[in-house]
Design a protein around this ligand. Structure first.
Ligand code: GDP
Ligand code: IMO
Ligand code: MG
Length: 428
């Protein structure tokens, strides 16, 4: 595939498309890998040898010793999650010292964010979002509400305690109003966050300045998205979304670089669709086919272990993701999971109240009611696991992938045939 100096890697669907695996492979060719949004709600799996690693906060380039990794200002940082993840990496011989950088402008997740999230999800009852319970939404709320604490605050022990105490007064008022049976004790947070500040101090820099310098000097930089386009706060299936800008535009705002510096965009999509948590999912297969996909694809959340909802490829949603991201190419993952099917439904259109609709619905209620129109594509019923050359794919699998590419209007640059690094077809 053509490797531009900068590349944004984005999820096309509702997350878990295999971004971790693909970013790990591409990281060999990039000097820096920068996460631009989300937090430790993400779960990016990287298989190396016989070991499976799940990264939540640290970029998926970390396993390449020469790669520099950046956590940009668009990320919400749980300092303890970062410390624990760094320590776990250190234990297996992957050193982050001197090559992991955290933005001084990152907003922080504090323990009260998780408590507030639990309280709000409880209030929503049946309409709950089904979040990862990491405090992501409330942390972004505080950012947008202009009251959040940032990494730079963590580094100023003289004022940190008072900033935390002031926030806790407000949070306890909200919890009381929600009649939630828990209050927050500020002192233990002040004490632990002062310690975390000292731990993360060596990592904290102005990452916008750092990235702009790298790009100006001709270095290759990959922008790693978490979640996926349909979980984007602006463009996703609101309100069943995450609270950040996971689509390509987020790379500019979340890293402090000009949109002019995003030279290319790679979309990652599964050959079918999954979703974790609540919200509309037009092509969901609630029958035995859904179970077969889940079993074959081992579709259980990398962060929460929840079973993922499974279904067929959603063409209108992928076209919409291309409208939002303008993708230069697609990496299609997990084609091997479809090996067992005689026929594979591919959703080409949505019908709403009897008519085909052109635009992707803004209203989740409408999306919940659309009826997918399927074209039945031929299955191949032979193993594609581990295939590394396009020509070795069964012709029906080639046809399926070509149909997907023609339908979306996006060229394929990679096809993934297994979870391991080398189970990959690279196309030009
Ligand atoms: P991410 O959040 O986009 O990085 O994706 P996850 O890591 O949450 O989920 C993808 C899962 O599929 C992981 O368990 C990967 O190891 C696995 N995976 C990735 N590519 C393939 C593939 O081509 N085939 C199979 N069978 N598994 C894959
Ligand atoms: P990666 O990066 C899949 C989902 C949650 C929930 C909604 C909001 O591994 O693809 P949040 O905790 O973010 O407020 O939850 O978003 N969600 C993900 N689903 N993959 C992810 O990340 C996700 N991160 C959040 O399940 O529906
Ligand atoms: Mg994941």
């Amino acid at each position: 595939m053509m490797m531009k100096q900068t590349l944004a890697v984005v999820g096309v669907q509702w997350g878990d498309e295999g971004k971790g695996k693909i970013v790990d492979i591409l990281s060999e060719s990039y000097e820096c890998i920068a996460r631009y949004q989300g937090g430790h709600n993400a779960g990016h799996t990287v298989n190396i040898g016989n070991r499976r690693h799940v990264l939540h906060l640290i970029p998926s380039g970390i396993f390449h010793p020469a790669a520099k990794c950046v956590i940009g200002s668009g990320v919400v940082l749980d300092p303890l999650a970062m410390i624990e993840e760094s320590e776990a990496l250190d234990k297996i011989g992957v050193s982050v010292a001197g090559r992991l950088f955290v933005s001084n402008r990152c907003h922080l997740i504090l323990p009260y964010h998780r408590v507030l999230e639990a309280a709000i999800e409880l209030q929503r009852g049946e309409r709950k979002i089904g979040t990862t319970s990491r405090g992501i939404g409330p942390a972004y709320e505080d950012k947008m509400g202009r009251r959040g604490l940032r990494a730079c605050d963590l580094l100023d022990p003289a004022t940190l305690g008072d900033k935390i105490r002031a926030q806790v007064v407000e949070k306890n008022r909200v919890l009381e109003a929600l009649k939630y049976p828990q209050t927050i004790d500020p002192e233990s947070i002040c004490e632990s966050y002062a310690r975390y500040g000292e731990r993360i101090r060596p990592f904290v820099i102005d990452t916008s300045a750092y990235l702009n310098d790298l790009i100006r000097s001709g270095k290759k930089v990959l922008f790693e998205g978490a979640q996926g386009t349909l979980l984007d706060i602006d463009h996703g299936t609101f309100p069943y979304v995450t609270s950040s800008s996971s689509s390509a535009g987020g790379a500019a705002t979340g890293l402090g670089i000009s949109p002019k510096l995003i030279q290319s965009v790679l979309g990652i999509t599964k050959a079918y669709t999954t979703r974790v948590g609540g919200g509309p999912f037009p092509t969901e297969a609630t029958d035995k086919n859904g179970d077969e996909i889940r079993t074959r694809g081992n579709e259980f959340g990398s962060t929460t272990g929840r079973p993922r909802r499974c279904g067929w490829f959603d063409g209108p949603a992928a076209r919409y993701a291309n409208q939002v991201n303008s993708m230069d190419s697609l990496a299609v993952t997990k084609i091997d999971v479809l090996d067992s099917f005689v026929e594979i439904p591919f959703c080409t259109d949505y019908k709403y109240k009897g008519s085909i609709i052109k635009d992707f619905p803004a209203d989740a209620e409408v999306l919940a009611q659309v009826e997918p129109v399927y074209k039945m594509l031929r299955g191949w019923q032979t193993s594609t696991a581990g295939i590394r050359n396009w020509n070795e794919l069964p012709s029906a699998a080639q046809d399926y992938l070509k149909f997907l590419s023609d339908y979306t209007g996006v060229a394929l640059s990679m096809v993934s045939t297994g979870a391991d690094r080398d189970q990959t077809i690279l196309l030009t």
